[in-house]
Design a protein. Structure first.
Length: 194
C-alpha cells in the first residue's frame, strides 16, 4: 500500500498470525524499578506486512490475546492498544509516507530509512508516551536506566523488523502491503515519483 497504490489482498492467516505474534510479544515484558513495563511492540512490522488498517485490527487482536493471557488487565487493554498499538502504527505510517514523498524510490531508502528508522521512531514514540502516562499516574519520574533500556529495546525491534522486511522484500514482496516491487525493484533509469 505504497503511496498511490491500490491495496494488495491480505490473507486472514497472515492477519491471525500477526495478531498472535503481537500478543506473544506483549506478554513477554520486563519491568525496571520505578518505570512502566517494557516489551516489543511488533506493530510497526504489522504495518509493513498488513498495511495501516489491518495492522490496527491485528493490534486489537494482540491486545485481546495479552489480556486473555493475564499480562494486562481488561480495563487497561484500551490504553495499551492506543499506546502500544495504534500510536506506533500511526507514527510508522506517517514516517513511511514522508519518506516516500520526499526521497527517491530506492530499495535501500525503503529498507533503512522507511522501515528501520521508522520502526525506531515509532517504538520510541510509544515508549515516550507510556513513560509520560506512567509518570502522570505514579507521580514520579522514571530513572535514566529505563530510558537506556527503551533505546536498547527500540534498536533491537528496529533491527529485527528490518531483517524480516528485507527477507520478505527479497523473497516474498507480495506479502508486504507497503512495498511496491515496481517502484523499488523496477528497471534502472529515470523513475516516476509516487
Amino acid at each position: 500500500m505504497s503511496v498511490g497504490l491500490p491495496p494488495k489482498s491480505v490473507s486472514p492467516h497472515a492477519l491471525g498470525a500477526v495478531a498472535v505474534l503481537i500478543g506473544l510479544a506483549w506478554t513477554l515484558r520486563t519491568t525496571l524499578v520505578g518505570g512502566p513495563p517494557l516489551h516489543w511492540l511488533v506493530t510497526p512490522l504489522a504495518l509493513y506486512v498488513l498495511g495501516p488498517r489491518w495492522a490496527a485490527v491485528a493490534a486489537l487482536g494482540g491486545a485481546g490475546f495479552a489480556a486473555a493471557a493475564g499480562t494486562i488487565t481488561w480495563s487497561a487493554m484500551p490504553m495499551a492498544l492506543l499506546i502500544d498499538g495504534w500510536l506506533p502504527i500511526a507514527v510508522a505510517w506517517g514516517w513511511l509516507r514522508l519518506v516516500e514523498k520526499r526521497l527517491p524510490p530506492h530499495l535501500f531508502i525503503y529498507l533503512f530509512i522507511a522501515v528501520f528508522a521508522g520502526t525506531l521512531v515509532a517504538t520510541l514514540a510509544g515508549g515516550a508516551a507510556q513513560r509520560l502516562l506512567f509518570s502522570l499516574g505514579a507521580g514520579r519520574e522514571t530513572g535514566v536506566d529505563w530510558w537506556i533500556a527503551l533505546l536498547i529495546l527500540a534498536d533491537g525491534e528496529a533491527v529485527t523488523t528490518g531483517i524480516v522486511v528485507t527477507g520478505l522484500a527479497v523473497y516474498r514482496p507480495q506479502w508486504l502491503q507497503t512495498f511496491d516491487a515496481d517502484r523499488y525493484l523496477g528497471p534502472p533509469g529515470p523513475r516516476r515519483r509516487g
